[in-house]
Each structure stands twice: as structure tokens, then as C-alpha cells.
Design a protein around this ligand. Sequence first.
Ligand code: AMP
Length: 599
Amino acid sequence: MHYEKLVETYEKLESTSKRLDKTHYVSELLKSTTDDMEEITLLLQGKVFPSYDERKIGMASKLVLKALNIATGTDADQIMKSWKKTGDLGNSAAELIKEKSQKTLFQTNLSVSKVFTNIQKVALIEGQGTVDKKLKLIAELLTSAKPLEAKYIIRTVLEDLRVGVGDGTLRDAITLAFLDIPETIFSKCPRCQKLMPKIASCLYCTEDLPKIKESGEDRVKYNLLLEAVQNAYDMTNDFGQVATIAKTKGLSGLQNIQLSPETPIKVMLYQKAKGWEDAFERVGTPAAVEYKYDGFRVQAHGKDGNVKLFTRRLEEVTKQFPEVINWIKQDIQSNDFIIDGEIIGISKQGKFLPFQNISQRIKRKHEIEKMVKDLPVVVRWFDLMELEGKNYLKEPYSERRNALAGIIKENDNFKAAEQIITDDIATGVTFYEESIAKGNEGVMVKKLDAPYKPGSRVGYGVKIKSTMDPLDLVIVGAEWGKGKRSEWLSSFILACQDENGNMLEMGRVGTGIKEKAEEGTSFGELTKLLEPLILSEENKVVKVKPKIVLSIEYEEIQRSPSYSAGYALRFPRLKEIRIDKPVSEISTLHEVEDLYEEQ
Ligand code: AMP
């Protein structure tokens, strides 16, 4: 496909905030996609790697500026001026290319795969001359780009596409494009015959669309189709694959997708219970009650003697934990499995340590053996998704846990999560206290007959932790410091999310961050993490892409009209950086409201 065609869709997507319109535009594009489905589905979300692939484009704005300078011949100051004016390097690129193009003629048509390949190469280049090679790849694209193409190339390179295609929109669009949609759920334009979700008028000829009465039966059928696409995605994490299967094999193809050890699947998430009564009410009794360990989630895949580990962000961490790989090879009695558990730090005295003690092991790429010795870990497994070619996602939890117990040869370092089965609150409370005394965070209470739902916070399990637990918030902005702190970002603007994933600001944090790196998380470290994410700057305040998640402790939650969340934290202080948590899993406004009510 020509990149220009994708850009036309980007423009339409950018022009509307309505989810139904977006769904239609994406579905039309997918229908006309033939062999580059993988690239198109990724680029629609501004990505060149699937979400489980740890590689990032990681090109800083400064370098992009230079690429623009090479491609257009415009000097850096002028580009900077334009950037300040538009507040968006993508729009500046479009303007600059437009000026240049009045002087030259376009020679080539950019293809989607050319753009995709060049941007992906930017992320892959390592070693000598990296910067020059990256510049060349981007400048090459910009030299052949038309103005609007340049706008989206730049935004993609900066990992800031802003056309608002979330996972939900892609799922709905695939359903609309390729499955047999029940008649009363969608409208067909009488003039141009295009099928679109129920909206007032046709998106093309503005003709009023017929008002159709939705049938309850059709709605149920439609929800089943959406669920089939969602399930397929949760198992593969690959919209390209899901779209291709939907297109070529329809619903039955989607229903027959198998789990494959080697491709991570999204982990099941849990809700928070208000207390024991609430917990038992939500999961039913008797329930499984387990220690809630304060480590990080790990998914292990084994196939023919090959073992891989993934975090809950689906990033691969196999190399970082050689001891865990050895234990799995020795003590898991199977050659084909996917299991779910927690890696936890442990002190010399054998006590569980909080996550922050081992967080550095996740990113560590060198001196691994030293890390294994200095920061020892243990593993506790709590679920099983696949075993010997059998998909266990639909099996009840009690069965999955039995199957898990059947393949683990247990020892102190490596075993199933501590568990009791009970319907009695007093027994639960005693178990909770025992768990806390061992250094854990609380307990999980799980529904015994529930399936495994990848990727959703469905309430098949709930957590019980103490109420003043830290909130997980993402940094959306920061302010440069003054005086001796002027080299550092020193005050960090935090946000939670609403149910649509919109970021809602709820105050700033500066406390708990150190001046010296040896003392803990430092201003220097945060500045280094945030600099490549800067989107704009005004009066020393920068806006950054929401990526860095912090665990924030506080005294109290207060109502506050000054922030978009409507709440602010009293005395917020940094507990730790949560490098294992994706932005999609930060605290929700709903949780904040509940905590506010509870205090
Ligand atoms: P939270 O991070 O507060 O949403 O809590 C959920 C996390 O607790 C999971 O993603 C796991 O990493 C962790 N966890 C610790 N122990 C367990 C357990 N027994 N069962 C499930 N999750 C657990």
C-alpha cells in the first residue's frame, strides 16, 4: 500500500474524536489492505514492534530536528522557531517540506513497507556510527515525503502519533471489516452503500442514515463477535495476525487460534476488594486465598527445552534471570507449558523483600552473575495457561492450579504460591496477617471456578491490601529546577487514568527523590528517563509522553478543582519507579474515588 493512503486515514482519524467514526475509518482501511496487514495494524497505533517486543524506536526530538535539517536544508534555528510556534514537530515538518516542495518535484511514492522498515531499522541499529545511520534513515524518508506524509513519519518516529486508535477501536474495526455483522447493529448508507456503526449521517455523502431499531438478539450476536476478536488478540497480542485470520478464515478461524509457547499472552489482572465480605461476595465461596507477594509478575514459556520469561508488560527478561531458567529446566516436569507467577527478592535471612529491592534486575543487561548473587530471588507460581498442547484458559482455576501442582518439583526457592481454600473470614484474616508478617503485601482471593481471562481486570480474583497503599501514577510533565538543580527536572506532574485511558492530572511530586544517585531514585535518573519523552516546553514546564510510572505514597486524598482528576494528594512522596508496569495499568480515577470515600 502507498503510505499516502495510510496518511489519508490518519488525517480522517485526527479530525474526529468520535470512537464510532474512527472505527469505521479503520475498518475501511483494513478492508483495502492486502499483504501488509501486520505493518498497517502496528502503524495505525504508531508502533513498529508488537507490544510484547521490548525494542523501542527511542529517537530524541533533537535528532529528529537534525534529520529535518538534512532533508529540507532549513537551518536548525528556523526549525526550532517553527517547532515553538506549532508545538508539534510533525506539523513543523509538514510546513517545512511544503516550502521545500515548491522548489522540487517528488520523485517517488513512499510505500507503507518502506516507511515501516526504515523506522524499525532506527530502533535496531547499534554500535559505531549509530547516530549518523539513524539520521540517514529518517532523512531518506523525509526527502521523498509529501508534507502530510512527513507529519506522520515524524510523529511515528517520536512515538507520539496522536490519532487515537486504541486496542478497542482496532478490535471493533476488525469485527466490522471482516465478520458477519448482525443487520440491526449497523447502518448502510442508502446512497454510497457503505456500512458504518450507528451514527446520524453518512461520513462521506452526509446523507441521513436510516434509523434502525436494534434487536436484542443481534446485540448478543455482535458482542460474541467482538469477544471472539478480543480473545484472539489476548492470545496472540498481534492485531495483524488477528485481522488476517478474520479476513481469510472468519469467525471459526479466530475461535481456533492456539496459544503458542514463545509468544507472550496478556496476564489476567485483579480488582481491589474493599474488605473480606466484599471479596467473598465477588468471587463466591469457598475461595482460594493466597499470599500476595510483592515482586514482579513473570510469565514462563517452555517448549522443547527452550525457556523464555516475560514481564507483565510482555517484555522478555530471559537473560536477566539465569537462575530462574535453571530452576524451571530442572523442576518443571514438562517440555511444553505456559505458567504465571511472581519473582520476589529475598534477604540473606530468607525474608521476602519489597519489589524495589530487585527492580534493577529487570533492566540489567551486564554483570548478570553478580546480580544473581547480590540480589537473590525466589519464584512462586500461581497459574497455568497451557500444558502439553492443551489450552487451559477456559478451565476453572482449581483445575489449572492442580495441573500446575502436578508439574512442579517444589523447593524453598521454587514453588506454588502459598494457598488455603476457605469460606471463613476469621481464617482468611489469620492467613492475611501471616502473609504480612512474612513481608508480603496482603492476599489475593480467587474464584475457584473462573477461567483465565488474559488482559482484563475481570474480578475473577481480588486483592486485599492495606488502604494507604501507594497509588501507581504516570509522569505527564515536569518542571526544570532552580539554582543548583537547574540541570534537572525537579517537580513531576502526575496523572491517573479514566476508563478510556485518558490521563487526568492529580498534582506534583518532588519529595522522596534524591540528589545523589547512590541514595536511591535521583533527579538525575528521572531527568535522563524523561528527556527523550519531552513533547513541548513552556516557561520551564515540559510536557512528556506518559511512560514512566511511579509508585506514590501520600497522607491523604483531597478534592481539588485545580487538577483534571478532581483530586490531589496531600504530602505525596516517591516510593519507587515501577518499570514493570505499563501505563495502561496505572491507578484509575475509580480507584482514587474509592480510596477517597474509604479514608
Ligand atoms: P497490583 O499490582 O496491585 O494490581 O496486584 C496484582 C499483582 O500482584 C499481580 O500482577 C502479581 O504480580 C502480584 N501477585 C502477587 N502474588 C500473587 C498471587 N498469589 N496471585 C496473583 N497475583 C499475585
